[in-house]
Design a protein around this ligand. Sequence first.
Ligand code: UDP
Ligand code: MG
Length: 339
Amino acid sequence: MKLVSQPRLTIVVPCYNEEPVLQASAQVLNGILQKLVTTNQVRSDSKILFVDDGSQDTTWDLITQLGHQDAVFTGLKFSRNYGQESALIAGMEVANHYSDLIITIDADLQDDPHIIPDMVAQSQQGIDVVYGVRNDRASDSWFKRTSAEGFYWFMKKLGVELVPNHSDFRLLTSRVVTALMTCKETNPFIRGIIPQLGFPSARLYYKRQPRQAGESKYPLHKMIQFALNGILSFSIAPIRMVLYFGLLVCGGALAMLIWILIQHAHGDVVTGWSSIMLSVWFLGGFQLIAISIIGEYVGRTFTEVKHRPRFIIQTDTYSKTFKSTEPTKFRLTHQTVTK
Ligand code: UDP
Ligand code: MG
């Protein structure tokens, strides 16, 4: 999608208890944004939109203070903690009403914001999706690095296309965000959905920094939840694997049966007892695994059919900054592009 005049950019930043880093991050992001404004790459009414994902600290107070200091800073506040994916979806959905370009980035700026101008430049070349990709994971712990590698490997085996070493630092044009919003699932796995949407894309590489302050909001249980969501929302391969495993076990049971019959014909029945016990335990275990996996899918169907809201926004200081002005967007060369 080629933009004929300056696009309006919104930088969406999910924040969960980010009090220690928010001020510094806001200044860095604003510095980069204002440079883009002065070089006429984006419109002067471009914004930074912080999405407070139900923080318990003073994150929301800081966001509102920033908004009083400079109208470039805006915010959404969730009624409680819904998770990073929901914060991203909320920010993108609200920003998309007024923006031509949306960039999402973590509040701790571990992902190098200095590649934002290059992302915008790529979008001017007609690229709709610009992925920020870390070129090394040296700043991550051994466990995080290895588990991430394992996750990408497994997802690839399941046939899910992911951009390795890309998290949620990316630029999307408005039409990609519009397409993304048509995916109405309650637990969207954004990293998996975006490559599936298509559109011209590019990758920009950067070195990931350690967190400057505060701590990771992804303890082990949240990481496992995230990985499971990715696997279960994109593939029924695990259930296939169980089917193949079941067939294998049935083949094994058949061979076992023949062997037991031969033993029986020899009158040596006591020997067969251990084999039968082995099969009983083996099959019992297999059935438990199978039932638990089926249960996972049934559980997901259950949550999806309820159609609960993905989030409830308590306060929105972003949209009201536009109320007096006419929304101006979609200065496209291709008028056929639909919203
Ligand atoms: N985050 C969020 N809700 C959550 C957890 C995290 O909005 O429930 C935000 C967090 O504030 C940060 C981003 O998601 O902006 C990534 O979190 P973090 O930096 O802790 O993840 P890590 O870099 O350790 O993977
Ligand atoms: Mg981080």
